[in-house]
Unconditional design. Structure first.
Length: 423
């Protein structure tokens, strides 16, 4: 790091330094004097923060001096930021939390909507960190399957946030035991796709499971009840996605809908909930620092997120564990068919006999190399009953040549993997 060229940047009060770091580069940031924050988390003085494959901004309320070491792909300063709007939003949410504590009721349940690359996740980080600064423990819900947040991309989750989201490690620092020994355990469901509409029926089932379980869990957590929810979503802005948005509002008992950068969506939902006083709809401007991400950037970001899941973050390294098993000892299943004709094409009076969430056996071969597989541990008897009850029709494949071969499973945790699994 000492060999990297260093430069100093001075920010005036209310200014924001916007930075982009390539995937192949590493940049180190240090606060020399003053106060500064990244996504609402304050930077420690004279401490280096390491960044790679990131787009982020350093904001200061009172002015500061920053040292930068390394090569940036983009760097500029702006005094036109929505941070005052975000702070006012936080203060409004905090008033609702204080009121909930006084009345013994539930705190605000905020749903953030907007197009792809509008700054929804950034706002979630800021509002969550500001809440933690007030000794709150909000439940952060991620419904954006392209992000992953506290787990791998393709999953949805809910996490009770009790400590700051790390400026350099982000959400992936949750679920990892830090130097303090404190662990936050997210509730995660693996969906397996980056778009909800790719397998909508499965996504809706998982959505219902997540909502039901997190609602049950916070019944015994008064602090989380008072602190409320902050719900991040994907780019659900088309009219065809409104039914899914309505389901999210219903399942998570949302009482605040916040829309970023989409006038049509805002006006549609103002009209929709105009006569429902228990649901408020508001909008905030899109930050000028939010940029569109290319498909290559998103792919590299997702790959890096998966790597962090198995091997840890910059500040919290993990050891990935490998286990060698016989292919003949494992049965692998997937949910859904590759192709399924629409119901409208069925003969008159006929109903579909194969469910959209039909369980189908998958042949294990070299094509599955580097695939992510979610494993659900079941009792062997329950496993077989579940297979029988679903009337699974498995095609007989000639796989005898593979049965004696070994399979290497890479896992982020050490322990015995139950061979009787339903995946």
């Amino acid at each position: 790091m000492e060999k990297l060229k260093a430069k100093s940047v001075t920010l005036k009060p209310g200014e924001e330094l916007r930075l982009e770091v390539d995937f192949s580069k590493t940049v180190y940031i240090k606060l020399i004097k003053g106060n500064a924050e990244i996504f609402g988390a304050e930077l420690g003085s004279n401490t280096y923060y390491e960044f790679s494959c990131e787009k982020f901004a350093i904001y200061t309320w009172e002015g500061c001096e920053i040292e930068i070491r390394g090569e940036l792909s983009s760097e500029y300063t702006s005094n036109e930021t929505p941070m005052n709007v975000y702070m006012n939003l936080h203060l409004a949410l905090q008033q609702l939390r204080d009121k909930a504590k006084q009345q013994g009721s539930e705190g605000p349940r905020l749903l953030i909507l907007g197009p792809t690359d509008s700054g929804k996740t950034t706002l979630c980080k800021i509002l969550t960190n500001y809440a933690v600064k007030q000794d709150e423990t909000p439940v952060l819900v991620n419904l954006d399957t392209s992000e992953g947040m506290v787990s791998v991309p393709g999953s949805i989750s809910a996490t009770c946030i009790s400590r700051f989201i790390s400026p350099e490690d982000g959400f992936m620092s949750y679920g990892v035991t830090g130097s303090s020994g404190k662990t936050d355990s997210p509730l995660v469901y693996h969906y397996g796709n980056s778009l909800p509409n790719k397998h909508l029926s499965l996504f809706q089932k998982l959505l219902k499971c997540l909502a039901n379980n997190v609602n049950k869990q916070i019944e015994t957590n008064k602090s989380a009840q008072n602190s409320g929810f902050i719900i991040d979503t994907g780019g659900h802005v088309e009219s065809s996605s409104y039914a899914l948005i309505d389901q999210i509002i219903d399942l998570f008992k949302v009482n605040l809908v916040l829309i970023i950068g989409n006038e049509k969506l805002y006006n549609d939902y103002i009209k929709k909930y105009n006569d429902q006083p228990n649901i408020s709809v508001a909008k905030v401007p899109k930050s000028g620092g939010v940029v569109d991400r290319s498909s290559l950037y998103i792919q590299n970001y997702q790959n890096n997120h998966i790597k962090q899941y198995f091997y840890g973050t910059n500040s919290e390294k993990l050891q990935s564990f490998s286990k060698i098993v016989k292919i003949s000892d494992i049965s692998l299943y997937k949910i859904g068919q590759d192709t399924l004709a629409p119901s409208s094409t069925l003969p008159l009076g006929e109903t579909r006999k194969i469910s959209e969430t039909q369980i189908t056996k998958v042949e294990i071969d070299e094509k599955l190399s580097h695939y992510l597989v979610a494993i659900l541990h079941l009792d062997p008897v329950t496993n077989q009953e579940k297979l029988d009850n679903n009337e699974i029709h498995i095609k007989e494949e000639d796989t005898e040549s593979l049965l004696d071969e070994d399979l290497v499973l890479n896992s982020p945790v050490l322990g015995y993997i139950n061979m009787q699994v339903f995946s």
